[in-house]
Design a protein around this ligand. Structure first.
Ligand code: G3D
Length: 191
């Protein structure tokens, strides 16, 4: 996969990165948000990009980057234009939770994601043994790692779509206030 450019300086666009380990449910989330219907997914090889229409704001371009071990180093190539990060966790995958926490911490340290709002999706809540949003918040040390940005942990089931409307509303509101702050800062920088 070559380096991507999602840059178009002439059009006001909103870009969101959708990250998480492989099998977390990223593609399911993406296509449920996009089409609100069932479909078959395969683990993301490379990336998926979709434009999602939201009720109250500009369309959001979502970049779903593969979460396999060999793909994770490429996540940082996509951070520069990101206005928001959605991090999907398979709440049942206790064996790889440590890996997921490690990758989460690592991507948050990217300089381009400084202050960028973060929405964590505690996915697969329908499955037995799923950790709840409070467990995920604690295990991912979200209070500490996200102290300088807006964040929220949303429990969801991407298969049925439960929790995704709330996630989408939260993300839209985060993006709006982040954009405002960024535009205000840019305005004062020009002066
Ligand atoms: P990825 O894009 O993060 O790699 P996928 O993950 O969206 O391809 O999903 C990986 C598997 O998890 C798929 O299994 C998908 O159906 C399943 N999945 C996604 N979300 C949920 C959920 O909320 N609950 C449950 N129980 N499973 C979910 P299959 O077997 O369909 O390929």
């Amino acid at each position: 996969m070559g380096q991507l450019s999602c840059r178009n300086r002439n059009v006001k666009q909103v870009h969101v990165l959708l990250l998480g380990l492989d099998w977390a449910g990223k593609s399911t989330v993406l296509y449920k948000l996009k089409h609100a219907q069932d479909f078959t997914t395969l683990p993301t090889i490379g990336f998926n990009v979709e434009m999602i229409e939201v009720e109250d704001g500009p369309p959001i371009t979502v970049w779903d980057i593969g979460g396999q071990e060999k793909m994770r180093p490429t996540w940082s190539l996509h951070c520069e234009e990101a206005d928001g990060l959605v991090y999907v966790v398979d709440s049942t995958d206790q064996r790889r939770l440590k890996d997921s926490c490690k990758e989460f911490k690592h991507i948050l340290s990217n300089k381009h994601l400084k202050n960028v709002p973060v929405l964590i999706l505690a996915n697969k809540q329908d499955a037995p043994g799923a950790l709840n949003a409070e467990d995920i918040t604690r295990m991912f040390k979200v209070h500490k790692l996200c102290s300088s940005r807006s964040w929220y942990v949303q429990p969801c089931c991407a298969l049925t779509g439960k929790g995704l409307a709330e996630a989408s509303a939260k993300l839209t509101s985060f993006l709006k206030s982040h954009r405002k702050t960024r535009d205000t800062l840019a305005f004062f920088k020009q002066k």
